[in-house]
Ligand binder design. Structure first.
Ligand code: GAR
Length: 197
């Protein structure tokens, strides 16, 4: 198979993180493939100490970090929005961005913003997803990539990966396996999505 760069250039994506940034890293590495239809043009965070920022800088990607503390949600989101647009991004990928977004921000990126969530949506929106799957006696956990809408973890699901629960799994062991699936799912779904909208 020959690896051709996409016709008409790559889709420009900004990634928002709040911490470790391993899903962001997976997107950055996926974008290194010649045939990948997206490129990461900005990694932004609401926490200047977010671990992922260092990785992004080392990869030569523009970063923006600004603490949300002391700012109203809409004020902070307007600053973020300005930076994303200045970077020329056409899409936003939330990757462990642990802050609710203002309705204005969500509306401004309607149909152009994706999120990854560590459950098989519509199950277990919000936090503690793995613990809840284990408590419920589920046979599978997993992850979902969805379009971001005004409602938390609620937009149309674009792709999911099921991950079998093993005897003796704890929330941490399950989370670690689901994370492997997240890293593969996000880049695949994002690549498909930017190619069709
Ligand atoms: C990931 O498991 C992601 O699915 C989850 O936070 C983790 C971030 O890890 N996101 C949410 O729970 C959002 N509702 P990462 O910073 O290493 O990508």
């Amino acid at each position: 198979m020959t690896a051709e760069p996409p016709r008409g250039g790559r889709a420009r994506v900004a990634v928002l993180i709040s911490g470790r940034g391993s899903n962001m890293a997976a997107l950055v590495y996926a974008a290194k493939a010649r045939e990948c239809p997206f490129e990461i043009v900005l990694v932004a965070s609401n926490d200047p100490e977010a671990q992922g920022l260092e990785l992004a800088r080392a990869e030569g990607i523009a970063t923006f970090a600004h603490s949300h503390k002391g700012l109203k949600r809409a004020e902070f989101d307007a600053i973020l929005d300005g930076e994303i647009r200045k970077a020329g991004a056409e899409f936003v990928a939330l990757a462990g961005y642990m802050r609710l977004l203002s309705p204005e921000f969500v509306a401004g990126w309607h149909g152009k913003m994706l999120n990854i969530h560590p459950s098989l949506l519509p199950k277990y929106k919000g936090l503690h997803t793995h613990e809840r799957a284990l408590d419920a006696g589920d046979t599978h956990g997993g992850c979902s990539v969805h379009i971001v809408t005004a409602e938390l973890d609620d937009g149309p699901v674009l792709g999911q990966t099921e991950v079998a629960i093993l005897p003796g799994d704890t929330p941490d062991t399950l989370a670690a396996r689901v994370l492997i699936a997240e890293h593969q799912l996000y880049s695949r779904v994002l690549a498909e999505y930017v190619g069709r909208v």
